[in-house]
Design a protein around this ligand. Sequence first.
Ligand code: 3SL
Length: 243
Amino acid sequence: MQVLYFHVPAEMPADCQPEGAVVIDVLRATTTIAWALHNGAEAVEAFADLQHLNAAAEAWTASPRLLLGERGGQMLAGFDLGNSPVAVVPETVGGKRLFMSTTNGTRALDRVRDVPLLLTAALPNREAVAQRLQSKQPETVAIVGSGWEGAYSLEDSLAAGALGARLKDLDPEGVVIANDELTAAIALWDQWKENPEGCLRAASHGQRLIRLGDHDADFRCCAGLDQLSVVPTQVEPGVLKAA
Ligand code: 3SL
């Protein structure tokens, strides 16, 4: 398995057509997706664009629904929830379809929606995602960071390194760390693995959330390693379910 890391979706070359992709947005979209599906949400339907989200949500009648999302870290007007992974508790999300749009994470998902095996990862489900890739054995996997408005983000690279390091541990001969970005991400993980929350807080988006205030529980949750067995998996374009 060849594993590559792209800091942001736009870095992925047009002719790169991997069998598998793993989208990461540690702060906070893919952490929230993992916890929501772990806590019983029927599915998370991700949208880059709010108009499309509103139209799809209005047309949805198959189960109860919630609108979830943010721009710039702040909950959207008229939405039920922001993007906090500690808010998607079973009593709130159980059995519901979550229509979700975030500043960067859902846009990154949209960019790779045609990849046959599309998963999302965060630190809490890093081990589960590594095990899934190990069992599926896609020939090439692109780990795709969400970044912040097109720019590098430290926390996504931390989780990409955590996943790359674990894949290499699971299969030292079969897994090829196939670009410098992933080698650097693994070095970043080695540096911070005893204190991932410190890395999240040091990151520029971590600093943004600190300035917004009241995100201590989110930092703890987003930094929690290998706590969930859920593997959010795209089952139709934009729709992620627990698998
Ligand atoms: O950019 C995103 O997709 C969000 O996860 C950002 S925030 O942490 O909710 O502000």
